[in-house]
Ligand binder design. Structure first.
Ligand SMILES: Cc1cc2nc3c(=O)[nH]c(=O)nc-3n(C[C@H](O)[C@H](O)[C@H](O)COP(=O)(O)OP(=O)(O)OC[C@H]3O[C@@H](n4cnc5c(N)ncnc54)[C@H](O)[C@@H]3O)c2cc1C
Length: 435
């Protein structure tokens, strides 16, 4: 689950044939013939001097935007510029949870759109992303929290999204490991979204990269953007470590590095960068078949298909571009873990890592034009941008292709911060540590 555990499919050399269609039949045949017929998954493109659209950042959102631009909107003159190998940013560092259990109607609509896209994504990309709708269960511990969760579940149901209330007994039946009567915060019940779950994060990056490459986009790795070119009030391209590249449209999809890239054209964003940690335990036999969140602290856990318990908590509270966290947060996560699931005290942690979060000032993302004509921003994903990758990519592609926001993402405009139309899901104000 961590960056250390990867072995990505090797990219195609430029000009080589596509990797062909994956199928059970092909797997069977390759098994009989020594696995020699597989070609590489995506072309290793070299930068051309000019593209219609340049996307900066080969994470989930950048790759998905390139794919939907080509596949949905017929725009194939697209390059994705990634400073390292694809998949080593947050798309390959997250804890893989997908869900649409939001409160604000606009957010419910956007994340439910994403969840629906996840449900058919593997068939569409012809790539096994291990989409597992095992359910997400949010526990509550006080009557006030029950009211809050009930309100959210009712909003979801009003908008046609599944949400169920579970009693203490039903929670115990679903997750026998939970200590319902723990001395600190006894569990009163839970809310379950059965269609929530997990997706293999690396496979999402690889699947979109392969599909975007086959649809005609250039995926250019080891190409860092070091400057953004402008002609008057319009963007005209980017400077990179592999030379200048001209473009009509430049789309920033760099997650935790959004502020840095925007600063290249003097744009200050309502975004702070913070590190978020995650942990994975040694592999265990199946003990947990839902995604579980602890309402009394910021702690959540699921079990990967390899058996490791994958868990995390809140962001480290200081600004950072580091991809590792500090011990106080690790201690806080461990304390929450053993309060809720005392059995975890005997489990060893195998790996810990961090990712750089683009925390927006209202906790909601930004998919928007910017004051510089032709410069598009996809960012502010906070710690929830993985589940949004299909919808984020599609609605960003729509904004680029149609020059107007997609109806499901019109509330994510950058101007909302100046106009006081923030979409503050948790009602906590402009404080990233509280979102
Ligand atoms: C520990 C952790 C747990 C998380 N858990 C969840 C979860 O369970 N569910 C969920 O929905 N979300 C989760 N998230 C959040 C989610 O991973 C992110 O919001 C989402 O992946 C961000 O979008 P992305 O994939 O496009 O970003 P990234 O993968 O970070 O892509 C941005 C890319 O831009 C590249 N880049 C930066 N600067 C430049 C430059 N100058 N030139 C070229 N390229 C550049 C980077 O190298 C990077 O590859 C978690 C994040 C972390 C770190």
């Amino acid at each position: 689950m961590s960056p250390a555990a990867k072995s990505p499919p090797a990219p195609l050399e430029a000009g080589r044939a596509s990797s062909g269609r994956y199928s059970g039949w092909r797997l069977f045949l390759e098994g009989l013939t020594g696995q020699r017929g597989w070609s590489r998954a995506w072309a290793k493109a070299a930068p051309r001097p000019r593209y219609r659209v340049v996307i900066v950042g080969g994470g989930g959102h950048g790759l998905a935007t390139a794919y939907y631009l080509a596949a949905e909107y017929g725009i194939r003159d697209v390059a994705v510029l990634e400073r390292g190998p694809i998949g080593l940013g947050n798309v390959g560092r997250n804890t893989t949870i997908i869900r649409s259990n939001y409160f604000h109607p606009e957010n419910i609509r956007f994340y439910e759109f994403s969840l629906k896209l996840w449900e058919t994504l593997e068939q569409r990309l012809n790539f096994n992303a291990m989409v597992s709708q095992r359910g997400t269960l949010n526990l509550f511990h006080t009557e006030a929290q029950r009211d809050l969760f009930t309100r959210r579940a009712n909003m979801m149901r009003l908008h046609g999204v599944d949400a169920e209330a579970l009693s203490r007994e039903e929670v115990k039946e679903l997750v026998p490991l939970v200590d319902l009567n723990n001395g600190r915060y006894p569990v009163l019940g839970g809310f379950l979204q059965r269609r929530g779950g997990t997706v293999r994060h690396d496979a999402v990056a690889w699947g979109y990269a392969r599909a975007a490459s086959e649809a005609g986009a250039d995926i250019i790795e080891h190409c860092e953007v070091t400057g953004i070119r402008r002609e008057g009030a319009r963007v005209s391209g980017v400077e990179t470590t592999r030379g200048a590249i001209g473009a009509e449209i430049v789309c920033l999809a760099v997650a935790g590095h959004s502020s840095r890239l925007a600063a290249m054209v003097g744009l200050q964003l309502p975004i702070e960068s913070h590190v978020l940690q995650a942990f994975v335990s040694e592999p265990l036999k199946p003990v947990l078949d839902v995604v579980l969140t602890y309402g009394a602290g910021h702690f959540y856990v699921s079990q990967s298909d390899k058996g490791g318990l994958v868990f995390g908590g809140a962001i480290d509270g200081y600004n950072s571009y580091g991809q590792r966290g500090t011990l106080p947060m690790a201690e806080e996560v461990a304390a929450s873990a053993v309060t809720l699931l005392p059995g975890l005290a005997r489990v060893r942690v195998l790996r810990q890592w961090g990712g750089v979060m683009d925390m927006s000032m209202d906790g909601s993302p930004i998919i928007s034009k910017t004051p510089l004509e032709g410069l598009i921003l996809n960012g502010g994903w906070c710690y929830g941008g993985f589940k949004a990758i299909p919808a984020g990519g599609l609605t960003t592609a729509h904004l680029i292709a149609r020059d107007e926001p997609h109806p499901f993402a019109s509330h994510l405009d950058l101007r909302r911060f100046a106009a006081g139309r923030t979409v503050d899901e948790r009602g906590t104000g402009p404080f990233p540590y509280a979102h």
